[in-house]
Design a protein around this ligand. Structure first.
Ligand code: AMP
Length: 464
């Protein structure tokens, strides 16, 4: 049973699936007008690892992410560069996907672009106009927040504070309430525009997400995520839109908000100019160091990034590699008759999953891995080694790596020496053309979780 901190209920809630084992998860994607920085990477790495964990827990996850490819910032940046907004957005969308691939984010099932969902966006705005939640002004269509009585529930804002003028709601003199946000913006000369019943223009920022989720998931689904800056007004606005359209509550059952990645205590942001791009980071460190740096910290706590934190992550990762190399190199001479190694593994493996089940506590889960390393190293020092636990530990590290992705694709998992020994025996039988004996050994190797493939260069062992 897994629990996760839910912004809307302000407590840890047990995760349950929609139908059968299905979990639909939507995470707010980037506005593509520049390169991704470590702050973006932090948020997307958390959701990548989280989706992988849910899958490992047996859920069927569909992970959807939008891409904001039309927005005021895109238009402004394109103007500065002297290219069209669509060219700028397409270029940076490609760069974003490239960066995410580099850092091994591969759990997203569908990326959906705002500009490819204009029809769905218009249809949602029409519904909001028809049911009285939206109104037209001289420059577009706005959402009347006073009409939605739960406005402020997610962010825990009082009626007065929901009127705050905050970013990306669009200011206009003809709005009814200060906090009303834009659904459709009529275009000015030379701005990108789409035909609509309300005049030529472009969508507001919040409506693209609800149009996209409704298309793929319907009006209700499990998880909606992003970083904490999106709680207000973005996610508040999305709830107001979707629930006013469908009349169904809640839009999403779990609202997950990651902590910021900060630098000298301030949020890393394009607008503050204090950012380090993902690709600059990767000039110096591996993708695995970045994943480890992020997953060492609880997903909803801040990470204050510094060169020191990157070095610490690198050193931590090296310890895990050294341990795996040590395991693969040991010769099994004596056995651990008392089963101490097995007990160490079982206890810490159980802790590892217990920690992940409790609010996806990756730092505590990582501490279980380090406990295994510490305790097992002591046994190896005393030459108390058992074939079975060497194999079981390697399997467990592989299992953990499916969620964390910190050991790298190129990191070959060490073939435990008992498996190597069996393989050598099999080779001998093969040379002597004793096929039955060789085959029996192959079965033993497979039973230990390894696959054997005969190549021109000899037998190659891989994990099953
Ligand atoms: P944006 O492109 O600014 O819309 O950001 C895309 C996603 O990255 C959103 O979920 C943001 O909340 C998140 N994000 C941006 N900056 C940071 C940061 N410094 N730390 C964590 N997440 C961030």
């Amino acid at each position: 049973m897994m629990k996760i901190y839910n912004t809307i209920t302000r407590k840890k809630d047990i995760i349950s699936a929609e139908k059968g084992k299905q979990i639909n998860m939507f995470v707010c994607g980037p506005t593509v007008y520049d390169f991704s920085h470590l702050g973006h990477a932090r948020t997307y790495l958390v959701f990548d690892a989280f989706a992988k964990y849910l899958k490992q827990e047996g859920f069927v996850v569909f992970y959807l992410q939008n891409i904001t490819d039309i927005d005021d910032k895109i238009i402004a940046q394109a103007k500065e560069k002297g290219i069209t907004p669509s060219k700028l957005a397409l270029d940076f969308e490609k760069e974003y996907l490239r960066d995410m691939k580099e850092i091994k984010i591969n759990s997203v099932d569908k990326y959906a672009k705002a500009t490819e969902h204009i029809k769905e966006i218009i249809s949602q705005i029409e519904k909001l106009l028809n049911n009285g939640y939206a109104y037209k002004t001289g420059d577009g269509v706005y959402y009347d927040i006073v009409k939605f009585k739960n406005y402020g529930r997610l962010s825990n804002r009082t009626a007065l504070r929901t009127q705050d003028a905050v970013s990306r709601i669009d200011e206009t003199k003809t709005k009814k309430n200060k906090g009303d946000f834009c659904l459709w913006k009529l275009s000015k000369p030379e701005e990108p525009e789409w035909e609509s019943p309300f005049g030529k223009g472009r969508p507001g920022w919040h409506i693209e997400d609800t149009a996209i989720v409704e298309k793929y998931f319907g009006p209700q689904y499990s998880i909606h995520g992003g970083s904490r800056d999106l709680i207000f007004p973005h996610h508040e606005a999305e709830i107001a839109q979707m629930e006013a359209i469908s009349g169904k509550r809640p839009m999403a059952k779990y609202w997950l908000h990651t902590g910021f990645l900060t630098i000298e205590g301030r949020k890393m942001a394009k607008s503050l100019g204090n950012f380090i791009t993902v690709r600059d980071f990767l000039q110096k460190y591996s993708p695995e160091v970045l994943r480890f740096l992020v997953l060492k910290v609880l997903w909803r706590s801040p990470i204050d990034y510094s060169e020191k934190s990157a070095e610490e992550a690198k050193a931590g990762l090296e310890k895990i590699h050294e341990f795996l190399d040590r395991l693969s190199g040991i010769k099994i001479t004596k056995t651990d008759g008392e089963g101490t190694g097995q007990r160490i593994l079982e206890k810490n493996k159980a802790d590892f999953y217990r920690f992940l089940d409790d609010d996806f506590n990756t730092p505590k889960a990582i501490s279980s891995i380090f406990k295994i390393i510490k305790e097992i190293n002591k046994l190896i020092d005393k030459n108390l080694i058992s074939r079975d636990w060497v194999i079981a530990i390697i399997s467990f590290f592989q299992e953990a790596n499916k969620i964390f992705g910190i050991l790298g694709k190129n990191k070959k998992f060490p073939v435990p020496s008992p498996v190597k020994k069996l393989s050598a025996e099999r080779e001998k039988f093969r040379k002597e053309k004793k096929w039955r004996e060789a085959d029996n050994i192959r079965k033993k190797i497979e039973a230990l979780g390894w696959k054997i493939e005969d190549t021109d260069k000899g037998a190659v062992l891989t994990r099953k």
